[in-house]
Design a protein around this ligand. Sequence first.
Ligand code: HEM
Length: 213
Amino acid sequence: MSAPGDQPKFGRAHALVLRFTPSERAFHWLVAAAFFVMLITGLLMGKTGSFHDLMYATHLAAAGVLVAGGAVILLRGDRRALSQTRRDLSHLDALDREWLGRVPAAVFKHSPETPAGRFNAGQKLNFLLITLLLGALFVSGIGLLISGSHPYNAVFKAAHVAAAYTALALVVCHLYMALINPSTRPALRGMISGKVDAGWVRRYHTRKRAEEF
Ligand code: HEM
């Protein structure tokens, strides 16, 4: 993590490389939009009344759109790129473990990060945890739906609320990385237009130690 106010320099400017295909970006923004709608309607739902019913219906509809939209992207989209990204995000190796071990030094002493592949170990953990938490939200949500709401099944309710707040904490960290942290902020362009600065990829996402360049 570079020091606050430190503007990372990436060598020759504006050579852009593809980081995410339209299918990957569509999948990401579908998950992001559905997550925020489900979060807000879940927090505002309350107990009874017409506002509750509206929030409840929107909450379930967002879950439905996430599943149906995800299925459409997987069936009609670039399956090769989507499965390659899933593989890149779900495989942790020795260099990733070294990267994780160096996080405290990188955060508190601003010491150089261990080189990362296409995704660093922090992103891989984010992907794995978010996937698990979305799964827990669906299972506990369907459990609440089947067991009825008056009164709610305490176990499903506790699991649903715990998974929601844990995912929210992860997303807040994710937003800090995507929108504020100088060394990761250049990634945002990749999730919007698909392309990122080649120098940034070389500096942060190429499995070479600084001295090997
Ligand atoms: C406005 C909100 C959001 C912004 C600006 C944003 C931005 C980004 C960016 C820029 C990347 C690519 C990182 C890279 O190129 O290496 C990314 C990846 C990712 N995003 Fe988001 N995101 C948002 C919301 C969400 C939400 C709500 C979720 C999940 C519930 C999510 C889950 C992920 C995951 C799992 C990845 C891949 C791993 C990672 O980079 O952490 N994002 N996001």
